[in-house]
Write a protein that binds this ligand. Structure first.
Ligand code: GLU
Length: 428
């Protein structure tokens, strides 16, 4: 069979495989293999030069048996209905595996946000809400940021929704700026969550984090805080990150054998994730080809960029030293590469468990919005740690008991919870 590069096909193949292991009823499979609802719409935006440009937008609500659909909105030039379907499906499993009372959804716009001015971005963000407001809401579907969208955009979207419904409704969207209904700790949440699961995996494998090296793909929100977490929370060293260079229109790996300083690199990174490579070189960093991160001799690999990055071809570049792969991104590993990783016995922390920290703090954000009472950062992060650790332990316990791969175990926990909710609601 040809390698699957379509993200939704990947999500369906992963599901089919576990549905088989669970001997899931074929009628139940038919519900869960596809999203319950999809919205395709066009967003006309007045550009700064007076012309009108029309953008393609999507929202997919995969399943809301456990609660309102939940998941980010991506602004990306390569967005398609299938990437959004896949990401919405993974959100269903993600919310279920960390046991938060939410379903799965995802949205997207086909656009490169770096080509828009601030006011064009604002009109596009508001335009997205104008198309979708009747089908989102605190009890229906709650969007959030993802690749290419920011807390500021969430603030504009919340404002637009509040104006349309006629009342302040912070709970319609999460990942808002702090002071504008956002939660402390939301910025760090996904990256730190990744690191909490790495810490638990290291305990299980009896590895000393202070003696460990990591290589990270990406340098967006998830990768940045995974790098900070790995160095500052665990005391390990990160030898490289990678990023998309907007000027050269190509990705690079930025490395330093004795350990990168993530906060320094953040200080020379623009708002779209492009690192100033001249400043990096001056500070003693090497600029290497795109996939150099994958072949580094490290203990932990953290893909924290986009889907399909570890595939049938690139998986063979992984060094024999690697013991843990922590999937900070959604869907970074194709099913073919996954099989190689499983056979090599590398300990995998699957995406929807590993990167569930973001949506977990989004959930805390909406709880705080409902109470209109806000928690200190330490409280948010300690609640996040408890949730991530409990989810990791539940998945690991099942993986050991059933002698299955960690990804399959995570799917089993998540699918069982969603099926249970569908049963309790009388859907099946
Ligand atoms: N976009 C993030 C994810 O993929 C966060 C979703 C959310 O906070 O709702 O998990």
């Amino acid at each position: 069979m040809a390698e699957t590069t379509n993200a939704f096909e990947m999500a369906q193949r992963q599901f089919d495989h576990v549905a088989e292991l669970l001997k899931l009823d074929p009628q139940v499979r038919e519900i869960l293999r596809w999203p319950l609802r999809e919205f395709h719409f066009r967003i006309p935006v007045r550009m700064d030069d007076g012309t009108i440009k029309v953008f393609q937008g999507f929202r997919v609500q995969h399943n809301d048996a456990r609660g309102p659909s939940k998941g980010g909105i991506r602004f990306h030039p390569a967005e398609t209905i299938d990437t959004v379907r896949a990401l919405a499906t993974w959100m269903t499993w993600k919310c279920a595996v960390v046991d938060i009372p939410l379903g799965g959804g995802k949205g997207g716009v086909v656009v490169d946000p770096a080509t828009l001015s601030t006011s064009e971005k604002e009109r596009l963000a508001r335009g997205w809400v104008q198309q979708m407001w009747k089908n989102i809401g605190p009890r229906q579907d709650v969007p959030a940021p993802d690749v290419g969208t920011t807390p500021q955009m969430m603030g504009w979207m919340m404002d637009e929704y509040s104006k349309l419904v006629g009342e302040y409704t912070p709970g319609v969207i999460t990942g808002k700026p702090v002071g504008g209904g956002g939660s402390l700790g939301r910025t760090e949440a996904t990256g730190f969550g990744v690191i909490y699961t790495v810490r638990e995996a290291m305990k299980h494998l009896k590895m000393d984090p202070t003696q460990c090296l990591a290589a990270i793909q990406g340098f967006g929100n998830v990768a940045q805080y995974a790098a900070i977490g790995f160095t500052e929370l665990l005391g390990g060293k990160v030898v490289c990150v990678s990023y998309w260079d907007r000027e050269d229109r190509t990705p690079y790996t930025v490395s330093k054998a004795d350990g990168i300083d993530p906060r320094f690199l953040m200080s020379i990174t623009d708002q779209y994730g492009t690192i100033d490579k001249n400043k990096a070189r001056e500070a003693g960093y090497a600029i290497e080809p795109a996939d150099a991160w994958l072949s580094k001799e490290v203990d932990v690999l953290i893909p924290a960029a986009l889907e399909g990055q570890i595939n049938a071809e690139s998986v063979h570049k992984i060094s024999p030293r690697v013991k843990i792969i922590a999937e900070g991104a959604n869907g970074p590993t194709t099913p073919e590469a996954d099989e190689v990783i499983r056979q090599r016995g590398i300990f995998l922390i699957p995406d929807f468990l590993c990167n569930a920290g973001g949506v977990t703090v989004s959930y805390f954000e909406s709880v705080q919005n409902d109470m209109n009472f806000y928690w200190p950062k330490e409280e948010v992060l300690s609640k996040l740690d408890q949730k991530m650790t409990a989810a990791f332990e539940a998945v690991l316990e099942l993986a050991e008991k059933e002698k299955v791969y960690m990804r399959d175990a995570a799917y089993m926990v998540a699918i069982n919870r969603v099926v249970k909710a569908m049963e309790l609601r009388g859907w099946i």
